[in-house]
Every structure is written in structure tokens, then in C-alpha cells.
Design a protein around this ligand. Structure first.
Ligand code: OAD
Length: 248
């Protein structure tokens, strides 16, 4: 059982606007490897070596195959108790937003309805040449980079790679939601990849009470108002129960 401060009780009671800022750790208990955890390597490559436009230009098939591998893992995965608890916060609070760095659709599958995906979505693809959009289902069994049927260009996943800009409209909305939030939960992220990692700092700057949930101390911990160290799939359901108990 977690112990929460009087201030968090007060916030859970009075808040209307809740923000979740999530990273790979929220999906870890669904069997999806985190980026910087010990399972993060694929065929000896780190995500930093694969998740960039340069890597794709140099070896598109290798990068495509990595994404196919990740799609398979993600498709077999199920939302865990953390995703489900986060979705259930919508039953208690009128304004709940999930700002996620994850590309795995698990928040959506768990039932969250207001999701801002800062780093794109692995189910979507587009042609690097003409921009035509494609869905994953069209390439179910392709380990080689598919070619665009309109122009012959290489098709890439619609995710944000290192060195690329975040989708500006989504990032702006995430910043606005962060600034308006009253309680911000930072769940399962190392919070070191910018600009995404600005979000919890923005929330704090504008008055939110910021609560971290992680299995370990992170770069964000010193700035969190309160931290819970443990698995998201265990702590989030407890926080949900406390929210149910205290919300007015
Ligand atoms: P990381 O792999 O950097 O961090 C995962 C975090 O989750 C770590 O702080 C772990 O301690 C924590 N964690 C692991 N298992 C957990 C569990 N069961 N419960 C709670 N916490 C747990 O992943 P992100 O922070 O998401 O970007 O990485 C941020 C971005 O860097 C990703 O979106 C991706 C990556 O490179 C791009 O691809 C652009």
C-alpha cells in the first residue's frame, strides 16, 4: 500500500484537470522493452542507431525490419493495469489527458480517449518522397522496405526519429494541457528526451502538483512534488483507488 501526502489528497479531491505524461515504462509490464532498459538492444543495435532518418537512408531494410519486429511485439501485447487505471481516471475527473511518448497504441486500446502522441504511431506509415500515407496492415509480412505505389519512394513509419521535429500542433496542445493541469502524473519515463521532457516541467511551472511513478530514481525525481518508486501496473491502480476515495 502506498502512503500519499495530505497535499496530494487535497489535490485529488479538488482537481478537475489531470494530465498523464507517459513513457516506455508504462508499457514494460505488457512485455514491450523500454529504450534504455537491458532489453532495449535489437540485433546488437541501440534505438539511437536505428531511430534516425540517417540510419533509414543508409540501411532502410534494417530500420524497416526493426519496426516490423516492434510491431509484432506490440500487436501481441495487451494493455496492462497501468494503462487501464489511467483510462479509468476519466470516470472520476472531467478533463483527463494522456500525453505519451509511446507509439504503441496501448493507451487507446485500454480506453483512454484524449491521447496526444508526441512521437507518432507505429501503425501509420508514409512515403518519404511524396508523403502518401499507408496503414500497417498493407505491409503485414514485409521485412523489406515497401515502396510507394504512387511514386516508388521508400515508405517509413510515421514516428518521430532522433533529430526530427515533433508534430507541432500536438506538442502545442500537450503544452497547453500541461499548463492547465492541476495534477500531473509522470509515469515510466526517463524524462531525458527533449523536447517531450519539457511537459512535466511546464505543468509544474504553471502550478500543477507533479507526481512521479517509476521503478527508479530519474532525472526528473528532484523536481517531482512526490515520487512513488515501484511498478506502474501496481502503483497506478492504487492511485486510482485513492482518487475514487478522495475526489469530491
Ligand atoms: P526509457 O527507456 O528512456 O525509460 C523508461 C523508464 O521507465 C525508465 O525510467 C524506467 O526506470 C521506467 N520503468 C521501467 N519499467 C517500469 C515499470 N514497470 N513501471 C514504472 N516505470 C518503469 O523510455 P522513455 O522515457 O519513454 O523516443 O524514452 C523517451 C524517448 O526516448 C522514447 O519515446 C523514444 C526514445 O528514444 C524516440 O524514439 C524519439
Amino acid at each position: 500500500m502506498i502512503e500519499i501526502s495530505d497535499e496530494l489528497k487535497r489535490r485529488l479531491k479538488n482537481a478537475d484537470k489531470i494530465l498523464f505524461f507517459t513513457g516506455a515504462g508504462v508499457s514494460a509490464e505488457s512485455g514491450i522493452p523500454t529504450f534504455r532498459g537491458k532489453d532495449g538492444l535489437w540485433k546488437k543495435f541501440s534505438p539511437e542507431e536505428l531511430a534516425s532518418y540517417d540510419a533509414f537512408v543508409k540501411n532502410p531494410d534494417l530500420v524497416w525490419e526493426w519496426y516490423q519486429f516492434r510491431r509484432e511485439t506490440i500487436r501481441k501485447a495487451e494493455p496492462n493495469d497501468a494503462h487501464k487505471a489511467i483510462a479509468e481516471f476519466e470516470k472520476i475527473y472531467p478533463d483527463v489527458t494522456v500525453v505519451t511518448q509511446n507509439i504503441d497504441n496501448l493507451h487507446r486500446r485500454a480506453g483512454s480517449s484524449n491521447i496526444l502522441e508526441l512521437h507518432g504511431n507505429i501503425e501509420k506509415n508514409y512515403c518519404v518522397n511524396c508523403g502518401k500515407r499507408f496503414d500497417y496492415v498493407e505491409f503485414e509480412n514485409t521485412n523489406e522496405t515497401p515502396k510507394c505505389d504512387a511514386c516508388g519512394g521508400n515508405i517509413r513509419p510515421d514516428v518521430v526519429w532522433f533529430g526530427e521535429a515533433l508534430p507541432q500542433d500536438i506538442f502545442k496542445r500537450a503544452e497547453q494541457k500541461a499548463m492547465a493541469s492541476e495534477v500531473c502524473f509522470v509515469v515510466g519515463t526517463s524524462a531525458i528526451v527533449y523536447p517531450a521532457a519539457i511537459i512535466p516541467y511546464k505543468a509544474k511551472e504553471y502550478g500543477a502538483y507533479v507526481v512521479e511513478v517509476n521503478i527508479q530514481y530519474t532525472d526528473f525525481t528532484p523536481d517531482a512534488d512526490e515520487s512513488f518508486f515501484g511498478k506502474a501496473g501496481e502503483i497506478l491502480p492504487e492511485l486510482l483507488n485513492l482518487a475514487k476515495e478522495f475526489h469530491r
